[in-house]
Design a protein around this ligand. Structure first.
Ligand SMILES: N[C@@H](CCC(=O)N[C@@H](CS)C(=O)NCC(=O)O)C(=O)O
Length: 339
């Protein structure tokens, strides 16, 4: 894969975006950023013809990637001259993947997000509640958040306990005993880093460097490594939405066009082929934001569709298979069979 310009659409407090920001910093990959508001509307994203509402969004050349679980492996392929961060042995790869699933699919981060301190200034803004209701697909209220707090704390305790009593218990510095932080560290530190750094999220009598010395020391070590890497690399260039869109529209493709796996059960069930109109959206949050376009390729890991920017330029949108749903889009009936 040839290295093309990398642009990250994100906002600084987004914990998911930090996964990518940290990866880029630790690997020393040059990139530009297009800083976004922390809620909709996001005209800079609409300017790409993208309906997906979540952050971060990553472009490499003219290809646009959503979901950090696809973005990180794509970045791993860039700049082969820079040491990679991903695991190399099958056993380490398994740990890396299982940790990602534990934190994201296993719900550790989702539970951490329920611990937002109730006095956050953001909670004074009624638009925030409306926005997060659209994001999660259910009403979002402070009363509900207060009620579920004890359950969320129980789940977070499981996360802290796991790392303190297993992987970090032998005194290693990094999860895979590497010399420097690896992708496996990013895959699990981000949720604990975020929640422990959020004043008022965790009760100090149950979560502290005294209660979890190994976890807190690991988080601190990780932050120091990222801070040092950012100082080495310098600040990314900031682009306006229009500037970023122009760069993307003028770029060449990051990846060669691939094909549709005609034996894939979804392809068979939906009667799809290259060029079919399809709709795709996440299955967890932000489900109401569907992207509609021509199917370019589909394999076990990834779906690629062709979409148009409002300027009429073609770009390719990549989503992972995991956590996303794709259906044929029937133009006459104006919709995919219930997505
Ligand atoms: N699975 C997605 C989750 C992304 C996500 O939920 N991002 C949050 C920000 S941390 C978001 O988009 N929240 C709603 C918003 O900002 O509009 C990923 O890995 O990228």
């Amino acid at each position: 894969m040839a290295a093309k310009e990398v642009i990250l659409y994100h906002y600084p407090h987004s914990p998911y975006a930090r996964r990518v920001v940290w990866y880029l910093a630790l690997r020393g990959i040059p990139y530009s950023q297009c800083v976004q508001p922390n809620m909709m509307p996001r005209p800079d994203v609409a300017r790409l013809g993208v309906s997906y509402r979540r952050i971060p969004i990553l472009s490499i050349g003219r290809d646009i990637y959503v979901d950090t679980r696809l973005q990180l492996p794509k970045l791993e392929e860039l700049h082969p001259e820079l040491p990679r961060l991903g695991a190399t042995t099958p056993e380490q790869k398994a740990i890396e993947r299982l940790l990602s699933a534990f934190i994201i699919d296993g719900g550790i981060f989702q539970e951490a997000a329920k611990l937002l301190p109730l006095d956050l200034p953001l909670f004074k803004d009624p638009n925030y509640f409306k926005d997060r209701g659209d994001f999660s697909g259910k009403p979002f209220s402070l009363e509900a958040l207060k009620k579920i707090r004890p359950d969320a704390l129980a789940e977070i305790t499981v996360g802290f306990d796991l790392f303190e009593t297993t992987l970090l218990a032998d005194g290693r510095e990094w999860i895979l005993k590497t010399e420097n932080p690896s992708l496996a560290d990013i895959e699990d530190v981000w949720a604990l880093h975020w929640v422990s750094g959020l004043k008022g999220a965790l009760p100090a009598d149950r979560f502290s460097p005294e209660k979890y010395p190994l976890v807190y020391a690991w988080i601190k070590r990780f932050q120091e490594a990222v801070t040092a890497a950012k100082a080495r690399n310098g600040k990314p260039k900031s682009l306006s939405g229009e500037e970023a869109a122009k760069v993307i529209e003028k770029s060449s493709w990051n990846e060669k066009e691939k094909t549709v796996d005609v034996g894939d059960p979804l392809v068979v069930a939906e009667g799809l082929k290259k060029g079919s109109m399809v709709a795709v959206c996440p299955t967890d949050t932000g489900r109401s934001h569907k992207d509609i376009g021509k199917l370019v390729s589909l394999d076990k890991d990834e779906v690629v569709i062709e979409i148009k920017t409002p300027e009429g330029e073609t770009v390719r949108l990549h989503t992972p298979r995991h956590g996303f749903k794709l259906r044929r889009f029937d133009e006459e009936k104006k919709g995919a069979a219930k997505l």
